[in-house]
Design a protein around this ligand. Sequence first.
Ligand code: PLP
Length: 396
Amino acid sequence: MVSEKMLNLGKKSSIIREIFEYGRKRKAEIGAENVFDFSLGNPSVPAPQKVTDVMNRLVAETPADVLHGYTSAPGDINVRTAIAKHISEKFGVKADSGNIYMTCGAAASLTITLNAIVEKGDNVIAFAPFFPEYRVFVEQSGAEFVPVSCKTEDLQIDFDAFEKAINKNTKAVIINSPNNPSGVIVPERDVKKLAEILENKQKEYNKEIFLISDEPYRELVFTDEKVAYIPAYYDNSFVCYSYSKALSLPGERIGYIFVSAAMKDSADVFAAVCGAGRALGYVCAPSLMQYTIAECLEDTADVSVYEKNRKILYDGLTDIGYTVIKPDGAFYMFVKSPDKNAIDFYERAKKFELLLVPSDDFGCPGFVRIAYCVDTALIERSLAAFKALYEDYKNE
Ligand code: PLP
């Protein structure tokens, strides 16, 4: 009657959504201030005032057929030109409007990119810990999803595991730095190593292997670690960008795909991206949001709040005794589970009203993820609950 695959996807929501829904119920029962909900990566900082001002001006001044009309399928030409200019100036890579395809956020950027490149029999690699929706997006495109484990001491790429996983059917590799769920940034030396391996594999298999950089957290960096701009290191690359986190606009659904100008047959690949956007029924990205972000390319929300939260939480948790992988960016933190099984740890944390996400679905068991994009005061209050939880283990 219906597609079994879609029925299963629709019925089985992600564990993050399940925890979020549990949190909603619990907050109604005992009051929102008493639940320490660290489940969801929903930005807690408002969009910059400039976004509101630009939107208000556009609404007041733009003719209705432009404001609410369709743009061309890859996006408004002036918006794409502005983004291409921004990319070339900021990262020193060649880019023009013909390399930019406007999308409804990073999720759409990823699904369109995957559908543009995947053919029967392909596989796509992602490094653990990974955003769980990658599996859904890759499998929906028709490819096999191949997770590669990480080094558990620092959550960085395990290159031995990677070289074992890559094979002649590998069409693409997804990299996500700063990372959701760990907040870790892949250092430049590892990006260079990855590019070198991929170049060699392309030669060995006599085919293109694409590198897809999923980077909604690019602007959320709290250390001196450089976030390498992937197209500057590897020609056959895509950037899947989003304004959901940097400008705190997740509900507005706006982002883009940058098809590297240096990519082999770049114009054909771009045409395939247009084809995939068409086949998936995106039509065009929201017009008002396209015009808005084009005027806010240098802006971000006040991400210093996340930096403050990160410090309070990291210092507080390590003082208590938890082992925490110190994040460089994004607004996530990975904490080692004191229990062998992170799902048991997550269940026990719930008794202390702490909502943490067990890491099993991120492809890296044994940890929980804390999304610290919440009120700083909630983080401060939560430390007593974290301490009580830790002592509950110690007193066993
Ligand atoms: N990729 C990663 C790593 C994410 O964390 C998210 C959202 O949380 C997305 C993609 C999807 O982002 P968007 O809201 O731009 O579709």
